[in-house]
Design a protein. Structure first.
Length: 95
């Protein structure tokens, strides 16, 4: 394989990875906590776009629990995004 062929393959792989990255960035991922009582939706760029909180978990007396559930839901969405990135980019690197 000559250097021009290697460079061409590298450019093709880079273009494919950029396209896949853009596709992930355009998607949304919903993290959940406490069986879906708290849901936080993020874009593939980790920007929060929506929060849903079931009224049953809203209590002035237990503010800390709600805060914890929000953090759990955000982390769940981030984990989904990271997994998809690894799966998608891993398949490109293997192929």
């Amino acid at each position: 394989m000559d250097i021009n062929e290697i460079m061409k393959k590298a450019q093709e792989m880079q273009a494919q990875m950029e396209k896949l990255g853009s596709e992930i960035a355009a998607k949304t991922y919903t993290g959940k906590a406490s069986g879906g009582l708290v849901k936080i939706t993020l874009t593939g760029e980790n920007n929060a776009v929506q929060a849903e909180i079931d009224p049953s978990v809203i209590s002035v007396d237990d503010k800390e629990m709600l805060e914890d559930l929000i953090v759990i839901a955000i982390n769940d969405a981030i984990t989904q995004i990271d997994k998809e990135r690894k799966d998608v980019f891993g398949s490109v690197l293997k192929g």
